[in-house]
Design a protein around this ligand. Structure first.
Ligand code: MN
Length: 308
């Protein structure tokens, strides 16, 4: 049994839409992907009772699935397929961009004062990345408990449970939360790589993988575990919330730029031009009902290249 390598990655602050401060854990300079998970933002908890709250105008995607996990508050999603869906705590919105889609995300007028969510992107494998776009709303996900942690199975399989969320490569996503001191041990698939991100908790949290020294994690730190880990023990001294993600190492080189996941520079360039062209966005459809402007795609730097 080889010892699993662990790596600490600090999320960085970034801005989402019109001025919402978020923490971006993936992609990271030291780690582009965990399985097919290629993007991980944690937004909030933030007070949205004043002002307009979250506002992300119409923008396109290709080659990925956007996965939104709502922890507190509400977000209204609209897309070019005509879906208009409010997502509430405990629910998941999954948008499969495939060949191309566009959407907007905003705080609805009637809303809770606090907003907190995680948005992740899943790179589609080459076999599915040109598929027709789709949107699914999952109002209920399997819940269970591990030690003192309450678990919600977001993606994949955990014990006897299977998440209904439709993905196209072997993946895992679990939300774990505790109201106080808690300890729990989870089995891990040795063929998966994993990441644990502390979302909330002023208390420190201890993560132990087999063969590893314990790691103390605070909110905003992502612990990466290479394939080979078979067990994870989570321990918190007070209320905490964590996100465990995992997947089979993604063996395709992907190019991620702005809201696009592709394979070649030319492909990203073509998507950028198609979106920014003044003619109707035929490749990406049209989002109806958003009171604001569409986002403009930034120029593609010459130096970006596909990476793993
Ligand atoms: Mn988006």
């Amino acid at each position: 049994m080889t010892t699993a390598a662990a790596e600490r990655l600090e999320a960085r602050n970034s801005i989402l839409g019109e001025g919402m401060l978020i923490r971006r854990a993936l992609p990271h300079r030291g780690r582009r992907m965990i399985g097919a998970w290629c993007f991980l933002d944690h937004a909030g908890p933030v007070d949205v009772s004043q002002g307009q709250g979250m506002r992300v105008g119409p923008h396109p995607h290709i080659g990925l699935q956007t996965f939104t996990w709502m922890i507190e508050g509400e977000v209204l999603h609209r897309d070019s397929l005509g879906y208009e869906q409010i997502i509430r705590p405990g629910q998941v919105n999954l948008m499969t961009a495939g060949a191309g889609i566009s959407h907007s995300e905003e705080s609805p007028a009637q809303r809770s004062p606090t907003l907190q969510l995680a948005q992740l992107w899943i790179a589609l494998p080459d076999s599915h990345r040109h598929m027709p776009p789709a949107f699914e709303h999952y109002p209920v996900l399997p819940r269970c408990g591990v030690g003192g942690f309450e678990t919600t199975l977001l993606v994949g399989e955990f014990g006897p449970q299977t998440s209904p969320v439709k993905v196209y490569s072997p993946l895992l996503g679990i939300d774990l939360s505790s109201n106080g001191a808690a300890e729990g041990t989870l089995p891990l698939r040795a063929d998966f790589e994993h990441g644990v991100l502390v979302l909330e908790g002023t208390a420190e949290l201890q993560v132990t993988a087999e063969g590893q020294a314990p790691q103390m994690l605070e909110a905003g730190t992502l612990l990466y575990l290479a394939p080979g880990a078979t067990e994870l023990t989570l321990r918190s001294g007070a209320a905490a919330r964590l996100l465990l993600i995992g997947g089979a190492p993604f063996d395709e080189r992907v190019l991620l730029w702005w809201n696009f996941v592709g394979r070649t520079h030319a492909e990203i360039e073509a998507a950028t031009e198609a979106w920014n062209s003044p003619s109707p966005h035929t490749a990406f459809g049209k989002v109806e009902g958003y009171a604001g402007d569409a986002l403009v795609a930034p120029p593609v730097p010459a130096e970006i290249k596909a990476s793993k």
